[in-house]
Write a protein that binds this ligand. Structure first.
Ligand SMILES: Nc1ncnc2c1ncn2[C@@H]1O[C@H](COP(=O)(O)OP(=O)(O)O)[C@@H](O)[C@H]1O
Ligand SMILES: [Mg+2]
Length: 390
């Protein structure tokens, strides 16, 4: 499956979002090539469009791209052999070409003997050189900086991130609610690659995704049930009220927890919370000891119990809110989802409990990490193997 960041990589400069100044300047740089400096450094935080802008600009001008990466720069001789000819030959098909040195700051830990070669190429080239970097302020790049025009890319504005997330969601046919879009865009902190990757990861976690996505449809049920329980007299017919809500008890508890303070105050609020925490403890025991027949009491606590915690009945419209903890739970789960799935496969394979695999994960991780055969045997997905390396 292809990463959405590649699938939706901007194909031309019009598709580059939120970087109008940079787009303007790179066009100017190419148009005026030969009059000023021969090279341009696009620098700025990851995921802001540096690589995409370089490629899109080449395409717009029908330029061929000759691309080098940081590892090519390590060896001066090798670089001479590939870069020199490239700056001298005319490309065969297209009208012109760009030399792109992507992520020049990636060389930091290696020998950067090639840097000197790059400098001399910049002086003599008859083709524009574009260099990208996250951080160009290191001392070792000072000579390079002097030879280049500098173009700084800013973090992408949060509203631009939201729009791109919306667009991709529409194309992928997934509906994402506003809270989630806001959360994703804020969390990305100006990094479009991060935002798109999160969206794709989220779309794969179908269970949690559907909790969040289905909320809209479920809201009418949960709203009217909350209203009854929070505002009306406790009655027998209330006992099964949450059965008809198409949501898990865990979610219903979250909804109650989030919204009780909207209707209950003071003593009744304290009583209701107390009941809620008892339900939670009780629920834990039911699950641990597997006394499933006690499950029915949960419903009673949550409906009749919560309803009787109030002093008087209430009237009026309360606008109940979606619980914010669902998102928190999702975010936590996102962090552990690979761990869980690896443990699941491992547990199945060696016949131990899932819980034990989770407890012993640090050791299991070490073993699986360094052993591709076990990885194969366990049928680990690529992403799970990636996760082991972190
Ligand atoms: N300004 C932008 N407009 C639209 N998409 C972008 C933009 N910046 C980044 N992206 C998305 O993020 C991905 C990574 O962008 P890239 O240009 O490789 O970032 P950088 O080189 O700055 O780290 C792209 O494939 C694209 O999906
Ligand atoms: Mg890049």
């Amino acid at each position: 499956m292809s990463p959405w960041t590649e699938k939706y990589r901007p194909k031309n400069l019009e598709e580059i979002k939120g970087q109008d100044e940079a787009v303007f300047k790179i066009r100017e740089f190419l148009k005026n090539f030969g009059k000023k400096k021969n090279a341009l450094i696009l620098h700025g935080p990851p995921g802001t469009g540096k690589t995409s802008i370089a490629h899109a600009a080449a395409k717009e001008n029908n330029f061929e791209i000759f691309e080098l990466n940081a590892s090519d720069l390590r060896n001066r001789e090798k670089l001479k052999n590939i870069l020199r000819p490239a700056t001298e030959q005319m490309p065969l098909e297209k009208s012109d070409k760009i030399i792109l040195v992507d992520e020049v700051d990636g060389i930091s830990e290696y020998d950067y003997g090639g840097l000197g070669e790059l400098l001399s190429v910049i002086e003599s080239t008859s083709f524009p050189v574009i260099i990208t970097a996250n951080d160009i302020w290191d001392k070792k790049f000072s000579a390079l900086r002097k030879k280049c025009e500098m173009l700084q890319l800013k973090e992408i504005n949060v509203n631009v991130l939201k729009n791109v997330i919306l667009e991709i969601s529409a194309k992928e046919n997934i509906s994402v609610n506003d809270d989630l879009i806001n959360e994703l865009s804020a969390k990305a902190k100006g990094d479009m690659r991060a935002a798109i990757n999160d969206l794709q990861a989220l779309s794969k976690l179908k269970d949690y995704f559907s909790v969040i996505l289905d909320e809209r449809n479920k809201e009418t049920d949960i709203f009217s049930s909350l209203k009854k329980v929070f505002q009306e007299k406790p009655e027998n017919e209330m006992l099964g009220i949450f059965d008809s809500v198409n949501m898990s008890i865990d979610d219903i508890i979250l909804w109650i927890e989030e919204n009780i303070p909207a209707d209950y105050k003071g003593e009744e609020l304290a009583r209701a919370y107390d009941l809620l925490s008892k339900t939670d403890v009780f629920r834990g025991r039911i699950h641990k000891q597997q006394y499933w027949r006690f499950l029915v009491y949960e419903n009673i606590f949550l409906s009749y119990g919560i309803a009787s915690s109030k002093k008087n009945t209430k009237t009026g419209f309360t606008s109940y809110k979606k619980p914010s903890r669902i998102l928190q739970i999702w975010l936590n789960n996102q962090k552990t989802v690979h761990k869980k799935s690896i443990c699941h496969k491992y547990a199945e394979y060696v016949h131990v409990s899932h819980k034990r695999a989770m407890t012993e994960f640090p050791v299991i991780k070490l073993v699986i990490k360094s052993n591709p055969e076990i990885q194969k045997e366990l049928k680990l997905e690529e992403e799970e193997i990636e996760y082991l390396k972190i």
